[in-house]
Design a protein around this ligand. Structure first.
Ligand SMILES: Nc1ncnc2c1ncn2[C@@H]1O[C@H](COP(=O)(O)OP(=O)(O)OP(=O)(O)O)[C@@H](O)[C@H]1O
Length: 614
C-alpha cells in the first residue's frame, strides 16, 4: 500500500497558483474597491441612487410644477440651479430625474436578464431543438428595428417610460441570451461537468452547482454595461418626447434645454453631466468587474492547457474478435457501435462491433493507441456520449439490467451509485469554484441520502483511505490548492464513495508523474480488492496492464483485435499488432499472476482474424 503523502497545499496563495474562476465571491468586491476608478464610480452611482431616493427630502420644489412667470430664473435663492424654460426647478428635476433614469435602467436589465439568462442556460446546456428555436427567435428579435417597435408600442398603449424600458429590455434580451449561451457551451465541455454527470447528478443540480456560477461573471459584467446603455437610450426617448409626460427625466431636461439653448445654455450642463457621468461610472464598473472576474478565467484556461499537454503517448496497434458473455457477467457488451455524423452526410465510426465482459472482482484492461476508441467505448457504457452520437448494441447488460432502453434519469441513478468513473485529467474534473469537500459529499447526499454531517464524516474517512495525510485540510481546500496526485486521489475517493459495483477508470494515471502513478495504481488495486468491484481500466500502457489487469482487450481503430487473460497475452500475444504493441511499449513488466484478489474464471481468448500471422 502506498504511504500517506504530504499535501501540496498553498492556502496562503503561492505564486504559481492561478486565482479561482467563477462566481463573484466576497473577494471580488474588495478587489473592485481597490481600483480607484471603480471605487469612485461605485460611490458616484451610490450618490445618484441615494439622491433619487431622497429627492423629496433634499428639495421642497416639485419637479413638474411650472411657474411661467419665473421661467429661466438664474441660479440661487429658492432655486439653487435656477429654473427651466417653463419655470420648473432644475435641481428638483435633476434629483427626481435620477430616479427615472435608474429605475428605467434597472427595468431594462431585469427584463433582459429574465428572458436571456434562463433561455441561454437551457439552450447552451441542452442544445437540440430548443437551442435552434431560441437562436432563431433571438435573431428575429435582433433584426427588428428597435425604434419602430418602440414607437408602435407607445402609440398603442400610451407614453410610458416603464413600458418603453420593458420593451427595450425585451429587444436587448437576445444579446444576453447569446452571451449566456456561449458561456454555458464553453463550460459544459469542461471535464468536471462530465465528471458531475458521471457521478449521477441530475441536470438541474449540475446547472445550479456547476454551470450558473460560471455564467454569473460575464452576466454581471454585461448587466453593468447594459445599465449605462439603458440610461442613454432612455434619455434619447425622453428627448424625443416618448417618455411619461408628467415625470421628470434627464432626457426631458435636455430637450427643454435645447429649446432654450440661446437664452440659457447652462441648462444643458446639468442633465448632460448627469448622463455622461452616470454612464461613464457604469462603464468603469463593468470594466473593473471584467478585470476582477476575467483574470480568474484566464488562470483556469492556462491550467487546462497545461493539463492537456500531459496527454497520452501514441503507441502501435491492431485487430480481432468478440465472444458470448458468460452467465456471471457483471457487464456484458456485445456488438457495440458508435458513430458521429459528418457534415457531408457520411458517418465517422469510432467504435465498431466491440464485445467485452467484466465479472465482479475482475479488472479488464482496455488498451490501444490514442484514438482507438477506448474512451468512446467507456462513455458508451456510461451513456455519456454527446447527443449527436449514434450508438447501437445487440447487448448492453449491467448486472442483468439492460442499459439500452434506460431513461436519462434511470441512467443518472446508476452512474455514480453503481457505476463509478475515474477520469483522465484530475484537475479538469474538479470544479474550481467549489471546495473539494462539497464536491465529495454531494454525490453521497444525492445517491445515499446521507445528511450533511454523515456525508462529511464519510468523505473524511474516504480521503484518509485513499492515502491523504490531512483529510480535514484537503476537504476544506479548493482544487487548485492541491497537487495533481492529490486531486486524482480525491477523484478516486469520489468514484468509490457510493460503493459502486463497476468502476470505469479512464487513463487514471496519465496526467501524473511516475512515482505518483505507482502509488495511485497501488491504491486502485487495494480498493478493487477490498470492494470486489469489476473494473474497466482504460489505458495505453501495457506496464499498467501487467501490473493490474486480469484480462486484456486490445483495441485499434474502434475494434477489439484481441482479448485474452493478461498472463497469456503477455506470454504469447497472438495478434501481430498486439505483438507490435508489446514490443513497442513493454519493458520488464511482469503480469501480476499472483494477485491477492480472487481472480474469476479466465475468459477464453479471441483474436480478430485479419489475415496476420499467428
Ligand atoms: N464528439 C466526437 N465527434 C466525432 N469524433 C469523435 C468525437 N469524440 C471522439 N471522437 C473520435 O473517436 C475516436 C476515438 O476516440 P477515443 O477518445 O475513444 O480514443 P481513445 O482510444 O480513448 O484515445 P485516447 O487514449 O487519446 O483518449 C477518435 O478518432 C476521436 O477523434
Amino acid at each position: 500500500m502506498s504511504q500517506p503523502i504530504d499535501i501540496d497545499i498553498d492556502v496562503a496563495g503561492g505564486p504559481a497558483r492561478p486565482p479561482l474562476p467563477g462566481a463573484p465571491r466576497p473577494g471580488v468586491l474588495r478587489r473592485l474597491l481597490r481600483k480607484p476608478a471603480a471605487a469612485v464610480s461605485l460611490a458616484f452611482v451610490a450618490v445618484v441612487a441615494v439622491a433619487g431616493a431622497l429627492a423629496p427630502q433634499l428639495t421642497a420644489n416639485s419637479p413638474t410644477a411650472s411657474e411661467i412667470a419665473n421661467a429661466l430664473a438664474p441660479m440661487g435663492g429658492n432655486h439653487p440651479l435656477g429654473t427651466d424654460g417653463v419655470g420648473r426647478d432644475v435641481l428638483a428635476q435633476l434629483l427626481y430625474g435620477s430616479r427615472t433614469s435608474l429605475t428605467g435602467a434597472l427595468i431594462v436589465v431585469a427584463v433582459s436578464l429574465l428572458i436571456g439568462l434562463p433561455a441561454g442556460v437551457l439552450a447552451g446546456y441542452h442544445r437540440g431543438w430548443f437551442d435552434g428555436l431560441a437562436n432563431w427567435l433571438g435573431s428575429l428579435v435582433m433584426a427588428l428595428p428597435a425604434i419602430i417597435v418602440l414607437l408602435v408600442v407607445l402609440a398603442q398603449w400610451g407614453r410610458s417610460t416603464a413600458l418603453a424600458m420593458t420593451v427595450f429590455g425585451f429587444l436587448i434580451a437576445p444579446g444576453v441570451f447569446r452571451l449566456v449561451r456561449s458561456s454555458v457551451i464553453a463550460v459544459r465541455e469542461e471535464l468536471y461537468v462530465d465528471a458531475a454527470r458521471v457521478s449521477g447528478l441530475g441536470d438541474a443540480r449540475i446547472m445550479r452547482r456547476h454551470i450558473l456560477p460560471v455564467v454569473v461573471a460575464p452576466t454581471v459584467i454585461q448587466a453593468s454595461q447594459l445599465l449605462g446603455i439603458a440610461i442613454v437610450i432612455q434619455a434619447g426617448l425622453e428627448f424625443l418626447g416618448l417618455g411619461s409626460a408628467n415625470q421628470a427625466s434627464w432626457g426631458g431636461m435636455l430637450s427643454n434645454a435645447f429649446q432654450n439653448v440661446y437664452f440659457a445654455p447652462r441648462l444643458l450642463l446639468w442633465p448632460a453631466l448627469a448622463i455622461v457621468l452616470t454612464v461613464t461610472a457604469f462603464c468603469l464598473i463593468g470594466n473593473a468587474l471584467r478585470d476582477a472576474l476575467g483574470a480568474a478565467d484566464a488562470g483556469r484556461r492556462a491550467r487546462r492547457r497545461t493539463d492537456a499537454a500531459a496527454g497520452p503517448v501514441v503507441t502501435a496497434a491492431h485487430d480481432a474478435a468478440a465472444q458470448d458473455p458468460p452467465a456471471d457477467a457483471l457487464l456484458a457488451v456485445q456488438d457495440l457501435h458508435a458513430a458521429y455524423p459528418r457534415p457531408d452526410g457520411t458517418e465517422s465510426v469510432v467504435v465498431q462491433g466491440v464485445s467485452l465482459t467484466v465479472r465482479r472482482g475482475e479488472i479488464l484492461g482496455l488498451v490501444g493507441e490514442s484514438g482507438s476508441g477506448k474512451s468512446q467505448t467507456a462513455f458508451s457504457v456510461l451513456g455519456l456520449l454527446p447527443p449527436q452520437a449514434r450508438t447501437s448494441a445487440t447487448r448492453l447488460l449491467f448486472d442483468g439490467q439492460d442499459l439500452r432502453g434506460l431513461s436519462p434519469a434511470a441512467m443518472n441513478k446508476l452512474r455514480g451509485r453503481r457505476i463509478g468513473y475515474i477520469p483522465q485529467e484530475p484537475m479538469s474534473n474538479l470544479d474550481p469554484s467549489f471546495r473539494i469537500g462539497a464536491q465529495l459529499t454531494e454525490p453521497m447526499r444525492h445517491h445515499l441520502g446521507l445528511s450533511r454531517a454523515q456525508a462529511r464524516t464519510e468523505a473524511l474517512r474516504l480521503l484518509e483511505r485513499v492515502g491523504i495525510a490531512d483529510p480535514a485540510r484537503v476537504f476544506a481546500s479548493y482544487p487548485h490548492q492541491v497537487s495533481g496526485g492529490m486531486a486524482q486521489r480525491v477523484l478516486i475517493a469520489g468514484a468509490v464513495s457510493c460503493d459502486p459495483d463497476l468502476l470505469i477508470a479512464d487513463e487514471p494515471t496519465t496526467a501524473l508523474d511516475v512515482t505518483v502513478q505507482a502509488e495511485v495504481l497501488d491504491l486502485l488495486r487495494e480498493l478493487q480488492a477490498e470492494r470486489r468491484m469489476g473494473v474497466i481500466l482504460v489505458t495505453h500502457d501495457f506496464g499498467v496492464v501487467a501490473d493490474l489487469c486480469d484480462t486484456v482487450a486490445v483495441m485499434q481503430s474502434g475494434r477489439i483485435v484481441e482479448t485474452a487473460p493478461a498472463t497469456e497475452l503477455f506470454a504469447a500475444p497472438r495478434h501481430p499488432y498486439t505483438r507490435m504493441l508489446l514490443d513497442a511499449t513493454l519493458e520488464d513488466s511482469t503480469p501480476r499472476s499472483a494477485r491477492a484478489v480472487a481472480t474469476p474464471a479466465a475468459p477464453s481468448r479471441s483474436v480478430l482474424d485479419l489475415g496476420g500471422d499467428r
